[in-house]
Ligand binder design. Structure first.
Ligand code: HEC
Length: 330
């Protein structure tokens, strides 16, 4: 239905473009040919001049008059087409199509929800509105949950958050709402807070795969691969559907984990004595959160050549390769 409508709208637009095209056409590259009246006036002047002139001058003027006469004759055969004007019929058609287009756009695009596309049917928006009204009237957690779930399904995450927060207000331990809040926190770039909600959620409902998946994602984003692996294994145990993807994620986390742990070993062996086991600082300055740790070339220079009170530390290339990313993650 919507496709058919879009097609129709396209046709109307094309018709409109066709009707209006002459008005937007560029000016002719050549000057317009002279009008017959002008030619005739010029001819009259020429003739009277020729009558008064003598000899060569008279011949020249007459020759010019003949040329003009010829030009006039040609014009008589192919008159210059009058400029195109819009007929009332075309105007009517254009106006009608504009009205149809406007009505159609209004019908299919208003009201729009955030994230809603023209394809999303208005029925869904209406359904969501009804659910919201019902929840507001009853004030029941179950009704707010239905509303929030619908918004989540429609990817209207702003409304979904509002709905789930209402549920938690009424039922602070509602596992579904807590879980979804965790998911939404993670998706909005707040993995730290997401982890807190998701940890609660998987404890309450260990057999729901979604909670484990996002808990793993959040841990991983926080640079905690070991915990991410445990959470993702929880997802597989709960029968999550995206098996292969999650197996790949676990693989990636394992690789990162070995790299990280190797980097940590090098750190503990060569740096911790002065900079502290947690890089919190000691004899040497604090490295945790120190902007310098994100500049591998500077680190390499300081480590291999030493600086001030810090002696040069001759590490192998392999040890450096493990250490630098570890420092970067501190
Ligand atoms: C013997 C103690 C000691 C050891 C071992 C040591 N450092 Fe240092 N480190 C220092 C001291 C002291 C400074 C401050 C140097 C200065 O600026 O005078 C320093 C400075 C640094 C700085 C510069 C910090 C800044 O903010 O400018 C980095 C980076 C650094 N160390 C990394 C390392 C790494 C990596 C290792 C291990 C491979 C390591 N250090 C081992 C004592 C040590």
């Amino acid at each position: 239905m919507i496709l058919a409508y879009l097609f129709l709208a396209l046709l109307l637009l094309l018709a409109l473009a066709y009707a209006l095209l002459p008005f937007f056409r560029q000016a002719q590259p050549f000057p317009e040919s002279p009008r017959p009246e002008e030619l005739r006036a010029e001819l009259g002047v020429l003739k009277s001049l020729a009558q008064e002139a003598e000899g060569e001058e008279r011949k020249r003027l007459l020759a010019q008059a003949v040329r003009l006469e010829r030009q006039l004759a040609e014009l008589g055969e192919n008159p210059v087409p009058p400029p195109r004007r819009l007929s009332p019929v075309t105007l009517g058609a254009v106006a009608l199509s504009l009205v149809a287009l406007g009505v159609g756009l209004w019908a299919y695009t208003v009201p729009r929800l955030p994230g809603e596309t023209i394809i999303t049917s208005r029925n869904e928006a209406r359904e969501l509105g009804n659910l919201q009204r019902r929840a507001e009237q009853s004030g029941q957690a179950a009704d707010w949950l239905a509303y929030a779930d619908k918004a989540y399904e429609l990817q209207d995450f702003e409304r979904a958050v509002q709905g789930y927060l209402k549920v938690v207000e009424l039922e602070p331990r509602n596992p579904r709402a807590v879980r979804r809040i965790g998911v939404l926190l993670f998706m909005s770039g707040r993995p730290q807070e997401g982890v807190q909600a998701l940890e609660l959620a998987v404890r309450a409902e260990p057999d729901v795969a979604e909670g484990w998946l996002f808990l793993g994602n959040a841990y991983f984003q926080l640079g905690r691969p070991a915990e991410a692996i445990v959470a993702w294994e929880g997802y597989l145990k709960a029968g999550g559907e995206a098996r292969q993807q999650v197996l790949n994620l676990i693989q990636t986390a394992k690789e990162q984990q070995t790299a990280t742990s190797r980097g940590r070993q090098v750190y503990l062996a060569h740096c911790a004595a002065c900079h502290g086991a947690q890089a919190q600082g000691g004899t040497g300055p604090r490295l945790q959160g120190n902007p310098i740790r994100k500049v591998p070339e500077a680190l390499r220079e300081i480590i291999l050549k030493g600086r001030g009170q810090m002696p040069a530390i001759p590490l192998s290339e392999a040890d450096l390769q493990a250490l630098l990313p570890y420092l970067g993650g501190l």
